[in-house]
Write a protein that binds this ligand. Structure first.
Ligand code: LLP
Length: 412
């Protein structure tokens, strides 16, 4: 859906240079078709297996993106009261919302109970007790799953790996039955599921399959002990191709590979994909400000920075950077850096890339997930606008921040 036609890079049927000219740079642009196709790939691959695809809101929480998915029938995986607010504003169905996270506050739990979410993915005895007490006060029963830590290595970046016993997430799978047992006396809770999530940007799905087997076995044990376990929540984590030619498991194949074991379990299946739905759907547009040489090093200074897209600085993540208008010139090797005053402010290092000149526009690819949501006002830089493309139409779904926005809520 991002493709060159002649020399120009398009998102669906819209030349990206038109958007850059209209809204300026830096700017995020998303293809609604890619978002919806990826959601459908999950939904359709489950076919007749009872399932809910709970999009992980943290990956990209813009209202218009959430609204697209809500309309398509998605559920949502949230990790804060703020994310629940966004889902509701976007028209999402609270009865398809699961609430994950290791540190839910009482206010957040109350807000979720008030809105009748589907269930809580719980990570400690203390959290179960809190939810039980708040549900009792409200006179309701809250559904819960224990998020178990299956102790498998997802083989990904250490900052986004979560399923090993050394991580803060979940309850060791061996201890989970005792947690469910202790929760029996919490009469405003009902044990409805088992959940896990082992990490993100997973390129080889075999660790996920290993975790799924362990979680299915646990659900069997719990049912044997009289718990009415109805669903398995397998988390998110499927990776996307950030580099040309990088092999990722297609969503459909991945879900189909789970079919036999999931069908035998007889449980409703939930998944919480984020990146694999929105990652490939977005680019960050930026403009070349300067070319600069320092010794033997070449720098391309652009108007997007680590405050707009932190993944390269934080995870050394690779994002392809391509011109909005192709020229027939030999490639260069350069660091692509932004205006922020930190050595860590780069979008690419020692990158073979198109030869570019001041005034040229570039697209930083595969930036739809964990892009805008991780952006900040560091260096008092207003946050970028977001544009949604639908076929030949495009619309601003978030305005560029102004200087007045930067100081909103402050006082002298
Ligand atoms: N469910 C839970 C409980 C999670 O913690 C996450 C992501 C997901 C689902 C969605 O995972 P996905 O399908 O997107 O892999 N900022 C990092 C990624 C952090 C992921 C955190 N948890 C990055 O930019 O790579």
């Amino acid at each position: 859906m991002f493709h060159y036609s002649g020399a120009d890079l398009y998102c669906e049927d819209v030349p990206l240079a038109d958007i850059a000219a209209r809204v300026g740079t830096p700017a995020y642009v998303y293809s609604s078709k890619i978002v919806l196709d990826n959601y459908s790939a999950y939904h359709e691959a489950f076919a007749d297996l009872p399932h809910t695809v709970c999009y992980a809101v943290k990956a990209n929480s813009s209202l218009a993106i959430l609204a697209l998915l809500a309309k398509a029938g998605a559920g949502f995986d949230i990790v804060s009261g703020g994310e629940l607010f966004r889902v509701l504003e976007a028209g999402g169905d609270p009865s398809k919302v699961v609430f994950s996270g290791v540190g839910k506050t009482a206010d957040e739990v109350e807000y979720a109970l008030e809105n009748g979410i589907h269930s809580f993915n719980c990570e400690s005895d203390a959290e179960l007790e809190l939810i039980d007490a708040l549900a009792a006060r409200r006179g309701v029963r809250a559904g819960f799953s224990v998020r178990v830590n299956p102790d498998v290595d997802p083989v990904t970046h250490p900052y986004i790996s979560t399923g090993l016993s050394e991580h803060k997430f979940g309850i060791p799978i061996g201890e989970a039955p005792a947690v469910y047992e202790r929760a029996r006396r919490l009469t405003n809770l009902s044990a409805e599921g088992v959940s896990c999530h082992i990490g993100s940007q997973i390129l080889d799905p075999s660790p996920i399959l290993e975790a799924v087997d362990k979680v299915i076995a646990l659900a069997g044990t719990l049912r044997g002990a009289g718990f009415a376990i109805r669903h398995l929540d397998l988390g998110g984590g499927l990776g996307v191709a950030y580099r040309p030619g990088e092999q990722t498991p297609p969503i459909r194949d991945f879900i189909q590979s789970l079919h036999a074991r999931l069908r035998a379990s007889g449980l409703c299946i939930m998944v919480e994909p984020g990146r694999s739905i929105v990652g490939p759907a977005g680019v960050l547009l930026t403009r070349v400000l300067y070319r600069k040489k320092s010794g033997s090093k070449e720098f391309v200074v652009v108007d997007a920075a680590m405050n707009d897209l932190i993944r390269p600085s934080l995870y050394r993540a690779h994002h392809e950077i391509i011109p909005l208008r192709r020229r027939n010139l030999p490639e260069i090797t350069a660091d692509v850096v932004g205006p922020v005053c930190e050595t860590g402010d780069f979008l690419a290092r020692e990158r073979r890339m198109a030869n570019v000149f001041p005034g040229d526009f570039l697209a930083v690819c595969t930036a739809g997930a964990y892009g805008f949501v991780l952006s900040s006002n560091y260096n008092s830089r207003p946050r970028a606008p977001e544009v949604l493309v639908e076929g030949a139409a495009s619309r601003v779904i978030r305005q560029r921040e102004t200087h007045a926005d930067l100081v909103r809520g402050e006082s002298l």
